[in-house]
Write a protein that binds this ligand. Structure first.
Ligand SMILES: Nc1ncnc2c1ncn2[C@@H]1O[C@H](COP(=O)(O)OP(=O)(O)OP(=O)(O)O)[C@@H](O)[C@H]1O
Ligand SMILES: [Mg+2]
Length: 339
């Protein structure tokens, strides 16, 4: 038998792939939970990112890992858990924005699934119901909100007497985007501290006035902007967007796991681009497995894209049609979840 210290990291990972995370129902390697592997004599040390805080589940995982690694000749398998996302988000006091009742983030694990489309239409659907609504473009790498709201690239926000940014208004929404300040032809490159600062400015150095909802459109993934947002402001909840496909769904699990660690309520999942191209039903199934509400699906529909490109979001152009009603329904679910 190969001595344990000669066993490769790949071999250990291969075995760990058989260990399922009991809540997310996927193996711990694919979920990216394995952070460090160490071998010393016949002992294995593992550092896992904690997807759950529950000590009973952690113990189950320890046992499952031991069962897989013992046949290699491991006498002892030591597993440490850490809550990375939460640790990183601690340390700054998150402050509510005066006058703003609820901050809602729209997120996904994956790019291009329709976060911005859902964020814009959700914001307008909430407005349609008589709420006061703002939309913050949290996608500081590739801001799409200015185009989706039809805001001309020449428009620049001004500052009020206190030096706070006065948001631009479009279709009745107050909005702020990096796109208002950047040259659209130049790529936007961020270093960590500046990114963090910009998120803070967009929350606390903007004259949002009185709002019932501030919707934040996030960039894809589980990265710095998400953590920064969670650090600067108490979030009322997050809406997760996914397409019905398997890949997108695996990314959703990761996003859900991160927001759970950050203790941000998950308001529910929207399945976007449902239909013959990407399938249907995956989002609803996922919601069931992850025990989060399903907020509804939006079909893949040329008109939705055209409206986005034209700067008049679908809900604004067709609030009364069947499709418009779907966005209105999602907004109603979000409102109900926040009551
Ligand atoms: N239901 C839909 N039907 C048709 N087109 C859609 C639909 N949802 C989004 N789109 C189009 O798909 C493209 C991507 O959507 P969107 O920009 O909203 O995704 P995103 O998740 O915000 O992307 P990114 O990760 O780049 O921020 C856009 O052109 C948008 O108009
Ligand atoms: Mg986007």
């Amino acid at each position: 038998m190969t001595p344990l210290h000669k066993i490769t990291r790949e071999k250990i990972l291969e075995l760990l792939k058989r260990v399922q995370e009991p809540v997310l129902k996927e193996d711990i390697v694919s979920l990216g939970l394995v952070r460090e592997i160490g071998v010393e004599k016949n002992n294995v040390f593992l550092h896992l990112e904690a997807s759950v805080d529950d000590p009973v589940i952690q113990e189950e995982l320890r046992n499952a890992i031991f069962r897989e690694l013992q046949p290699l000749g491991a006498n002892r398998v030591e597993v440490h858990f850490s809550g990375k996302a939460k640790e990183e988000a601690q340390g700054t006091a998150s402050l509510p924005i005066a006058g703003v009742r609820h901050v809602i983030a729209v997120a996904s694990g994956k790019g291009g699934v329709g976060k911005s489309t859902v964020a814009v239409n959700l914001a307008l659907a909430l407005l349609e119901k008589g709420a006061r609504v703002g939309l913050m473009d949290g996608d500081i790498y590739g801001p799409n909100i200015p185009i989706m709201l039809g805001i001309s690239p020449e428009r620049r926000p001004e500052a009020n007497a206190d030096g706070k940014i006065i948001p631009l208004e479009a279709h009745g929404l107050k909005t702020v985007s990096v796109g208002f300040f950047a040259d659209p032809k130049q790529p936007i490159i961020w270093r960590g501290p500046l990114l963090h600062k910009t998120v803070e400015q967009f929350l606390h150095r903007v004259d949002w006035g009185t709002l019932d909802y501030l919707v934040v459109d996030l960039p894809p993934g589980t990265g710095d902007v998400q953590l920064s947002l969670a650090q600067w402001v108490p979030l009322s909840g997050v809406v997760i967007v996914s397409t019905p496909q398997e890949v997108a769904l695996a990314d959703v699990r990761r996003a859900v796991s991160m927001f759970r660690q950050l203790e941000i309520p998950i308001l529910g999942v929207v399945e976007n681009m449902t239909g013959p191209v990407f399938g249907r039903g995956g989002g609803e199934k996922m919601a069931e497995v992850l025990q989060i509400p399903f907020l509804g699906d939006i079909p893949l529909e040329t008109q939705i894209r055209e409206c986005g490109d034209a700067g008049v979001p679908f809900v604004k152009a067709h609030p009364k049609g069947l499709l418009g009603e779907r966005f209105i329904h999602i907004a109603a679910c979000v409102r109900a979840a926040l009551k």
